[in-house]
Design a protein around this ligand. Structure first.
Ligand SMILES: NC(=O)c1ccc[n+]([C@@H]2O[C@H](COP(=O)([O-])OP(=O)(O)OC[C@H]3O[C@@H](n4cnc5c(N)ncnc54)[C@H](OP(=O)(O)O)[C@@H]3O)[C@@H](O)[C@H]2O)c1
Length: 324
């Protein structure tokens, strides 16, 4: 099969190549999916570059343990492992794999595979698992009428967080650069703050929930913008080349017991239940992927290079040509 193979950590144009490799065999609890599309996430950039370095503790110290990168996917079940009874060949599915989705086929644990929303194309469905799944965790507990602010509203996670918070009845403020104000407005945000013109942490509005996807403000500044019993969900972003956002997340955990506000890191984990909830929201018209660009699989190195060089705007998709 055709796949993107990663030889080492580094610049995408250096370490990623488009090659022919052996098709994976599904283990008893896995399904083999014929991939139609994948999407790029900040996590993929970290896996390709090996930055922040802390990621290597999980992914392989000197070189990546996996051969083929890529997490998100949408496609059609080709075969199922001996223990899989609830999925069958021909099912249209989507999933977040631990790696391997930048390929024509990937084997994924069946319990992490969900049925694709019927109203979305494969390319659209492939944008959901990691980014919209994280957004879902970030809006957990939101009640109608609450004021929610999304810092990084125009990115992969942020574009879904705005929509997910709106679906829960919140009054949503999105923070983005001037070029993305129209995009974030179209996603449904009630208010948009252009961070190049004003700083939401020095305004008079107090938010019930701040979802931080950028990590560019101090904890004290976020707390200033929070209601006295408000919640800060920190999902990542910021930090140095070695430990990334971990110092900020640890600081939030240390300060949390001593303040009236709740300061919580969000570590999203994939599950079929989450994919089922995302499917419901997508089919109800509450989650619409904002796709910025689509590349063929062979152009994955350029797609990753561009994501590093420029700010993301919604989601970048890789489409996978099928074998004839
Ligand atoms: N904890 C988890 O489980 C989890 C899961 C997924 C992602 N994450 C983390 O969440 C973060 C966002 O991920 P993503 O995939 O959404 O990234 P992304 O697609 O690259 O989006 C980042 C967005 O941040 C915006 N941005 C940059 N500087 C900003 C600023 N000063 N103020 C406000 N917005 C700014 C950019 O928009 P503009 O061009 O408009 O500036 C861009 O759209 C990453 O750090 C990622 O590691 C965590």
């Amino acid at each position: 099969m055709q796949a993107i193979v990663q030889s080492a950590y580094g610049a995408p144009e250096t370490v990623l190549t488009h090659r022919t490799v052996a098709r994976p065999e599904p283990k008893p609890d896995e399904v083999l999916v014929r991939v139609h599309a994948s999407s790029l996430n900040f996590a993929d950039v970290a896996m390709v570059t090996g930055r922040p370095s802390l990621i290597r503790a999980a992914m392989g110290l000197r070189r990546p343990r996996y051969t083929v990168p890529g997490r998100d996917l949408a496609g059609v079940v080709e075969a199922v492992g001996a223990d899989v009874t609830d999925l069958a060949a021909g099912d249209e599915v989507y999933a977040e794999a631990s790696a391997g989705s930048w390929a024509q086929y990937v084997a994924v644990r069946a319990k992490l595979v969900g049925r694709k929303p019927v109203n979305l194309s494969f390319a659209e469905a492939a944008t959901l698992p990691l980014a919209a799944g994280t957004a879902l965790d970030c809006v957990a507990g939101v009640r109608p009428g609450q004021k929610v602010l999304v810092n990084g509203a125009s990115g992969g996670v942020g574009s879904f967080a705005v929509q997910a918070a709106k679906a829960l009845g919140a009054e949503v403020t999105g923070v983005c650069s001037g070029r993305n104000v129209e995009l974030v407005t179209n996603l449904g945000a009630d208010h948009v703050v252009d961070y190049q013109r004003s700083d939401f942490t020095s305004g008079s509005t107090r938010y019930d929930l701040i979802i931080d996807l950028v990590g560019n403000r101090s904890l004290a500044a976020y707390r200033r913008a929070l209601a006295p019993r408000g919640t800060l969900h920190l999902s990542g972003g910021g930090g140095g080349r070695v430990i990334g956002p971990m110092a900020r997340l640890a600081q939030a955990l240390v300060v949390n017991p001593f303040v009236s506000q709740r300061l919580r890191p969000v570590f999203a984990t994939p599950s079929r239940a989450k994919l089922d909830r995302l499917r419901e929201l997508a089919e109800a018209g509450s989650l619409t992927p904002a796709i910025e660009r689509t590349y063929p699989l062979s152009d994955a190195p350029e797609a990753v290079r561009r994501l590093i060089a420029e700010h993301a705007r919604g989601k970048t998709v890789l489409t996978v040509a099928q074998e004839r």
